[in-house]
Design a binder for this molecule. Structure first.
Ligand code: A3P
Length: 331
């Protein structure tokens, strides 16, 4: 039972304001399986096979209904906590490298990557049902957390390119647990409680495994349009992976750029050490109310060993093996 007093509405961040839901949203949500969200004061709904937070539902519906993809569009798709912020920075720098040759004046030094590369369903389609996207320069670069199945028909039917990033489930879980605890207005979720939900698939845009599989399958069938990346591989071989992304997006590094060290320049600019120490990312909030610093915690592979018990590791490994049995996917 909750005995605490509620904070005044003005102090509640936007991502928690469930009371503002549209009628269309309430109608859709009313028939869906529902669970309490990890941050509290909010709910998750099982929509088209994935758990969507109530405050994002209006944006998801509008994105699906109104988005008109162009063949030249680039969409960065991720499971939450896979390294979205990192890849947003990388893709923005890669695609705009001609516009910002002077790294000392680069927009990433003064803007959080989520501002430069907005989420379609939670930044663009949530405020305004049909946002004006004319200010986006060619090629338009967007991001999404939706599964492949839930992408708008226009995106799936177009020739747009999708870069998908995921991360091993153990680090993804630990990162999500920290992140949602940070966003809670009070208290923390116990690791055990959150772990149980994650394993049952009840997590932001989860089940995690179904999300990964949705893009994996499509990337096999349609490698021209979907590039499947892993956080661990990006960490291990960043220059190799960045060149791969550049080629996939049709903007490979020229011999002159290679000679000038542009690949390493982009990686240094977008590194955890650089981005996490910039003033813009240490303070301030996104328009959604999320604090910028919440997206930069540790940025390492294998931090799960500091949190999960041997039984938890064994359980997650078993689920992962079962879910990915039919695939070549390994983490
Ligand atoms: P940890 O919580 O393990 O540190 P997302 O951007 O999808 O929300 O994912 C956040 C995770 O990516 C966090 O992981 C965060 O620290 C890490 N991250 C953020 N910026 C990064 C960067 N530039 N390089 C590597 N990892 C980064």
């Amino acid at each position: 039972m909750h005995t605490h007093q509620s904070p005044p509405p003005s102090s509640i961040p936007k991502y928690l304001q469930e009371n503002d839901l549209t009628q269309e949203c309430r109608d859709v949500i009313s028939s869906l399986p529902t669970e309490e969200d990890w941050v509290g004061s909010n709910h998750l709904h099982l929509f088209q096979g994935f758990w969507i937070i109530s405050t994002c539902m209006a944006g998801v519906l509008a994105f699906q209904k109104y988005f008109q993809a162009r063949d030249t569009d680039i969409i960065l798709a991720t499971t939450p906590k896979a390294g979205t912020t990192w890849l947003k920075a990388i893709l923005f720098s890669l695609l705009n490298r001609v516009h910002y040759p002077d790294l000392l004046k680069h927009p990433l030094l003064t803007s959080n990557p989520h501002v430069l590369v907005p989420f379609l369903e939670t930044d663009l389609y949530i405020e305004n049902q049909v946002p004006d996207l004319t200010s986006f320069v060619y090629p338009r670069l967007f991001s999404t957390h939706l599964s492949y199945n839930s992408l708008p028909t226009s995106a799936k039917a177009s020739n747009c390119k999708i870069v998908y990033l995921c991360r091993n489930p153990k680090d993804t879980f630990v990162s999500l647990w920290h992140f949602t605890n940070k966003l809670k207005l009070r208290g923390t979720n116990s690791l055990e409680e959150a772990f149980d939900k994650f394993c049952r698939g009840v997590s932001l845009y989860g089940p995690y495994w179904d999300h990964v599989l949705s893009f994996w399958k499509e990337s096999i069938e349609n490698p021209q349009n979907i590039l499947f990346l892993k956080y661990e591989k990006m960490k291990e071989q960043p220059t190799y992976e960045l060149r791969k992304v550049a080629e996939f997006l049709g903007c490979p590094f020229t011999p002159e750029e290679e000679a000038k060290g542009v690949v390493n320049d982009i990686l240094s600019l977008c590194s955890f050490d650089n981005l996490s120490t910039l003033e813009v990312n240490k303070s301030g909030k996104l328009s959604s109310g999320h604090p910028n610093e919440a997206f930069f915690r540790l940025g390492k592979v294998g931090d799960y060993t500091n949190y999960l018990t041997a039984e938890m590791v064994e359980k997650l490994d078993r689920i992962t093996e079962e879910k990915f049995r039919e695939t070549q996917l390994k983490f």
